[in-house]
Design a protein around this ligand. Structure first.
Ligand code: PMP
Length: 401
């Protein structure tokens, strides 16, 4: 029965991890996976997460009973507040449904399922380029129309705002549009506040449904409120929209699979019905979510002292990424590497999108044991003060030869 299946397409970042693990070279570097590293190149369990976990484990009132289908209540409330802010009209008017999910991925999947099953959406627009799973998730959910809107300009290595707005103006009305709230993965380019306002004006005119992927909140500016500008703007303008939050990156809780879906409606009287529709779907997906990550994040966000500490630690991550950008840029300039590298500092978030060609990427991998996705995206978090010289020299060689 199973013999004719053959292999499914390779999942690139996990395949890179495998190749990296199997590589015996002492100079190998993994610039593929989007995970934070310390300046020693090690994973970082945030001290505030350690502290909260200690409290969770020590609490004898906590047990392993099932959570409600929509998850842990104090977590859900805190997650919505983190996205929409303390002065959110939608929260104060009780117009937000907040649902704990399985990672950012599960959150997006739930949004896709709900919009398709219950509201009959069948068309989605994703940015060109984007995180490839945006397409994968909507394909797997059965959307028949998956389109791209312009985003990346390879000439300027920046945002193609004209192309973006033109494409949204020509989009099919009442479609879903996925936006990256901040730290656009893969192009590392975000719209300015003025550009966001224009984008959302078009969404309103065309009755497009914004689905805001919020995976890197805090990791651009170091401030979670600043990075949430597009969400707060949508809220203040009275939009109906959805937010898919991930807690993998800004809490370093990658393997706890913690996410949260916020649905903001104009009419609070529908919330109970909408929640029941979500529960009906979730029951068949994961039935009810995991506890540990949600309890840990809830402990942090609902304790003013721990919350302040967490915000400081997010800033530590964002600042380290920024300083590595500067360092890598300076090294390439010192080496006189051909091309303009200004984009390294103008791009934002965890990644730089180098625009390197496939042969150049291959050269980094085969000659230097430096692993990165074939689009030429570099995870800046994996660049350290110790390996930056080696990386810069390798890039120089790949570009020159
Ligand atoms: N959206 C984007 C844009 C991402 O980059 C990622 C993670 N790479 C996700 C969603 C999924 O996050 P999670 O690991 O929490 O499923």
């Amino acid at each position: 029965v199973f013999v004719h299946l053959g292999f499914a397409p390779v999942i690139e970042v996990f395949d890179l991890n495998r190749k990296f693990d199997e590589d015996n070279s002492t100079c190998k570097i993994n610039l593929g996976l989007g995970a934070y590293r310390t300046d020693d190149g090690k994973p970082w369990v945030l001290p505030v997460v350690r502290e909260a976990e200690k409290r969770v484990v020590a609490d004898e009132n906590i047990n392993h009973e099932y959570l409600p289908i929509c998850g842990l209540h104090p977590f859900r409330q805190a997650a919505a507040r983190l996205a929409l802010g303390d002065n959110s009209p939608a929260i104060s008017e009780n117009r937000v449904l907040s649902i704990q999910c399985m990672g950012g991925t599960g959150t997006l999947r739930l949004a896709a399922e709900f919009l398709k099953q219950k509201l009959k959406f069948d068309t989605v627009y994703v940015s060109s380029l984007t995180w490839d799973n945006h397409v994968g998730i909507f394909q797997a959910t059965g959307y028949s129309q998956i389109h791209e809107y312009s985003y990346w300009d390879p000439i300027t290595k920046g945002l193609d705002f004209q192309g973006l707005t033109d494409d949204l103006k020509n989009a099919t009305e009442k479609s879903v549009v996925i936006f990256h709230t901040c730290a656009h993965n893969t192009t590392a380019n975000d719209p300015t506040e003025e550009q966001w306002k224009e984008i959302f004006r078009i969404c309103k005119r065309k009755q497009l449904m914004p689905l805001m992927d919020c995976t890197y909140q805090g990791l651009v500016s170091g401030d979670v409120d600043t990075d949430a500008f597009p969400l707060r703007h949508l809220d203040s303008e009275g939009f109906e929209f959805l937010i898919a939050q991930s807690f993998s990156k800004n809490f370093g809780l990658y393997n706890e699979r913690l996410g949260n879906l916020c649905l903001i409606t104009k009419d609070r009287t529908v919330l109970d019905e909408v929640r029941s529709q979500f529960e009906f779907i979730i029951r068949k997906l994961w039935s009810n979510p995991c506890h540990h990550g949600a309890r840990t994040v809830s402990t942090i966000l609902n304790d003013p002292k721990l919350c302040t500490e967490w915000k400081e630690e997010v800033k530590v991550m964002a600042d380290r990424i920024k300083s590595m950008r500067k360092l890598l840029y300076n090294k390439l300039i010192e080496l006189n590497t051909p091309g303009s590298w200004d984009f390294i500092s103008s791009q934002t978030g965890m990644f730089i999108f180098t625009g390197m060609t496939k042969p150049q990427v291959e050269c980094l991998c085969t000659k230097y044991h430096i692993y990165l996705t074939k689009t030429g995206r570099i995870n800046m978090c994996a660049v350290t003060s110790k390996n930056v010289d080696y990386i810069a020299k390798a890039i120089h060689d790949a570009v020159v030869n």
